[in-house]
Write a protein that binds this ligand. Structure first.
Ligand SMILES: Cc1ncc(COP(=O)(O)O)c(C=O)c1O
Length: 427
């Protein structure tokens, strides 16, 4: 148990991990929707969001939806249909098919594979970007050569190794679906994430770099696919005077009210990125001399959006920490700490940190799914974990890492206090 340290004063109002930052124009566009009575899933705000998103990302088509998850679902449906043909009953486009998925991500990247009847195969993570390891992806194609769909996420706003991953995906004639929910505004070799895959997603969830309180966009350069998504997301209505349906539909369209918030937020994307970058740099400076490193943001080929700052504790500075499915305990040692102690310390001063997203291959719901590491079957290695040593990169980063308070509105003084509290954990 963490012993509360009275040396550090609690913040009066909570410092969040990443909360919405509003600016003013959002309410103007919401009010406009109200006053013009476009309180619906059509209206000027939606049109404007789609236009602005295309301009920002550099893609030809954006379809505004109720959530990033909705976009990923329809992306999976399209990818499945393209790879395997029209599903018999209108759903299950990936029925019985394997899909290669990022392992270190939020489960919304992966669940849509299952919505369409597919089987996620998790691909291990590399340390350079904390994203999908190209060497493990290559291995996965060796083991499952018939796989035709790959979904990659850019964790915490750091682009993955896009060129390497893309080369492997192309070589195997597979379709890339990009989950840029966390990385809006991040670029790889000058190109925005969300512009690399055939079907891509951004999210406007409340904790994202730009928010509508909810919402997301489906992105593509393919006109026919964009039209399909627009149709499916509004219950797949045919062009008839009455409700006519030939395909399975969904109620996935973005509301014009939510679009008002997104429309007001979009011009602030670069400002938010600059604030997040300053937070990251201050942590980096503040942790100098500690046995830790930050999540990878200083990269040759990419400019991340710095959405969340994270740290990872050096192996020999870790005290013993044991995590069950829901509980955790640790044994404090002088000069050593662990993510649990640091999170408790942060929480004791009324700030919010979070464990690293628990890898998908470690989640009970996906415990029977295949997991591929560089040299083959990742499941076969689990005995190493029982011996106390993390068996793969994802498990290792989850064990030793944590997400730090990264809110745009955090003051320098607040951040300094958080840094001091963390430094004290290493005493
Ligand atoms: C990597 C990732 N993918 C997908 C999503 C889903 O987006 P949404 O919440 O808009 O459905 C999220 C976050 O919520 C995410 O972090």
């Amino acid at each position: 148990m963490f012993k509360e340290n009275n040396k550090f004063q609690k913040f009066e109002s909570k410092v969040w991990l990443s909360s919405p930052t509003m600016h003013g124009p959002e309410i103007k566009y919401v009010k406009e929707a109200y006053e013009t009575n476009w309180m619906s899933t059509v209206g000027k705000n939606i049109n404007e969001v789609e236009r602005m998103v295309c301009e920002t990302i550099g893609c030809k088509y954006a379809v505004a939806l109720s959530a990033g998850t909705a976009s990923l679902h329809l992306a999976m449906k399209l990818a499945g249909m393209e790879a395997y043909g029209m599903p018999k009953v209108g759903h299950g486009a990936l029925e019985g098919k394997k899909v290669f998925c990022s392992d270190m991500t939020f489960d919304a990247t992966v669940n849509p594979v299952v919505y369409e009847g597919g089987e996620p195969v998790f691909i291990d993570t590399e340390y350079d970007t904390w994203n999908m390891d190209p060497a493990a992806l290559e291995k996965a194609f060796e083991i499952y050569p018939d796989t035709k769909v790959v979904v990659i996420a850019h964790l915490y706003g750091t682009p993955g190794k896009v060129d390497e991953l893309n080369a492997i995906i192309k070589k195997h004639n597979a379709i890339l679906v990009e989950d840029a929910a966390e990385s809006m505004g991040a670029t790889y070799k000058g190109i925005q994430t969300g512009a690399f895959g055939k079907y891509n997603t951004i999210s406007f969830n409340g904790n994202k770099i730009i928010t509508g309180s909810a919402g997301g966009c489906f992105l593509t350069d393919d006109e026919e696919s964009a039209n399909k998504v627009r149709k499916w997301s509004t219950q797949a209505r045919e062009n008839a005077a009455w409700y006519q349906h030939e395909e399975l539909g969904y109620n996935y369209r973005m509301s014009n009210v939510i679009a008002g918030v997104v429309r007001g937020q979009l011009p602030y994307l670069n400002e938010h990125i600059a604030q997040k970058k300053a937070i990251y740099e201050r942590y980096k400076e503040g942790f100098k001399g500690l046995p830790v490193s930050m999540n990878p943001m200083d990269l040759e080929n990419s400019e991340p959006n710095y959405w969340l700052s994270c740290l990872i504790i050096d192996k020999d500075a870790m005290c013993k920490q044991v995590r069950g499915e829901q509980d955790v305990c640790y044994v404090k040692e002088p000069g050593k700490t662990c993510p649990t102690e640091i999170l408790e310390a942060i929480s004791s001063i009324n700030a919010e940190g979070r464990p690293i997203w628990k890898p998908m291959h470690m989640q009970p719901i996906y415990r029977l799914n295949p997991f591929v590491v560089r040299d083959g079957n990742g499941r076969a290695r689990s005995n190493a974990y029982i011996a106390g040593e993390a068996a793969d990169a994802g498990m290792d980063i989850f064990t030793r890492g944590l997400c730090l308070p990264s809110d745009n509105k955090m003051t320098v003084e607040q951040q300094d206090r958080i840094i001091e509290v963390i430094r004290a954990c290493f005493e």
